[in-house]
Design a protein around this ligand. Structure first.
Ligand code: AKG
Length: 263
């Protein structure tokens, strides 16, 4: 991999690798499988690149969205060797999958499912250098929506956050986006990520980032492959915590000093 990309990733906490999937069929299989499932759920008129609220009702949208996590083609994409090789080139020693790889289906003008500013690490835990590989299946830009990131924020540790739900703080109870939110104003200048089919965006899970709205007529499909590094000594010393079984209140990530911490 180009040294400039590696340097940018370490400095800014994210990098866009253009044409990563050029010549590979990994994304085509996902698209084909989603189209098949979309047709089963919404009918033969379903199209991957189009959106019609009369066809995709809220109920069908949820039904489809909830299936995406279980696509065999997403599992194959999660195990894509080129992705692993790229993460090793970016400095991971022994990348392993986290149990939260997923796909998003951001339909036009749907603000409800957008994520506000957050750091993945407070929900997902994982190694200090855990990454999300964010894979667009079409254009991501101001019109189609995308993500915004705060370059360099990954190096500042965990930002203050607060619990926003009634969930009790107990060791084995995971916290989701609806349970925790950052507890400070984001004053840094963000960068809007732009990309297209075939590109990948890799970001450190400590980076501050958020979704931006899709105001185009087509849906925005993206995959999120999440990897932790067994070569991270903090991770192994803490028995490899992941957010599907543990929660942030029981782990001291460097920089973590929030008064809500209970243990
Ligand atoms: O794709 C998006 O809109 C947000 C994704 C995100 O925040 C994440 O995967 O951590």
């Amino acid at each position: 991999m180009d040294n400039q990309l590696i340097e940018q990733f370490h400095r800014d906490g994210f990098v866009v690798i253009r044409d990563f999937f050029k010549g590979q069929t990994a994304l085509d299989e996902v698209r084909t499988e989603i189209t098949e499932i979309g047709r089963l759920i919404a009918g033969e008129e379903f199209r991957f690149d189009a959106f019609d609220r009369n066809l995709i009702t809220q109920e069908k949208q949820s039904l489809l969205y909830d299936r995406l996590h279980y696509l065999p083609s997403l599992s194959r994409l999660s195990g894509n060797q080129a992705l692993y090789d790229a993460m090793v080139a970016l400095g991971m020693k022994h990348p392993v999958l986290m149990g939260c790889c997923n796909m998003r289906y951001d339909v036009p003008r749907d603000a409800k499912h957008l994520f506000d500013w957050h750091q993945d690490s407070i929900y997902l835990l994982g190694s200090l250098n855990a990454v999300t590989i964010w894979i667009p299946f079409g254009p991501v830009d101001e019109r189609h929506g995308s993500i915004e990131v705060v370059p360099g924020s990954h190096a500042r540790g965990i930002y203050p956050f607060k619990k926003i739900s009634d969930k009790p703080i107990m060791e084995n109870i995971p916290f989701l986006q609806r349970d925790l939110a950052i507890d400070c104003e984001v004053q840094e200048t963000p960068v809007a990520v732009k990309g297209c089919l075939g590109d990948i965006v890799v970001f450190n899970q400590m980076i501050l980032h958020r979704s931006t709205p899709n105001s185009s007529p087509r849906p925005r499909w993206t995959a999120q492959i999440r990897l932790s590094d067994l070569g991270c000594s903090w991770f192994t010393a803490n028995k490899c915590p992941t957010g599907d079984r543990k929660n942030i209140f029981y782990y001291s990530y460097p920089g973590f000093q929030h008064p809500m911490r209970k243990v």
